[in-house]
Design a protein around this ligand. Structure first.
Ligand SMILES: [Zn+2]
Length: 109
């Protein structure tokens, strides 16, 4: 399978491993969605048990968000042509959280 970035553009071969990792992060995030549903089912089925369901759900959502925010998301605009790029730190990809920072728009060494 050819790996793609967040915009659906195929990534170059040398970035395929990084974006495969990003895909795995999203798969684990999807599993956390399943866990959240199971926790809510526990609450519904065992309502007599006083457990902190909302806190549990918040923790799961936080974990999922960390995975989605920190996974490889987009190719850096430096395209590997800016040695010491301060945006991607030489990885040639950036995470979703880094992508949203305004500073990502201007790669420079
Ligand atoms: Zn870069």
């Amino acid at each position: 399978m050819r790996e793609r970035d967040a915009e659906g553009k195929p990534v170059p071969d040398w970035l395929a491993d990084a974006f495969a990792v990003g895909r795995r992060f999203r798969e684990v995030g999807a599993k956390i969605n399943v866990l959240e549903a199971e926790v809510k089912t526990l609450q519904a089925n065992y309502f007599e048990v006083d457990f902190r369901v909302e806190e549990c759900v918040r923790a799961l959502r936080k974990a999922r968000n960390i995975l989605l925010e920190d996974a490889p998301y987009e190719r850096c605009e430096c395209l590997g042509k800016v040695p010491g790029c301060h945006i991607c730190l030489g990885r040639q990809w950036i995470s979703a959280s880094r992508y949203r920072r305004p500073s990502h728009l201007r790669p420079r060494g």
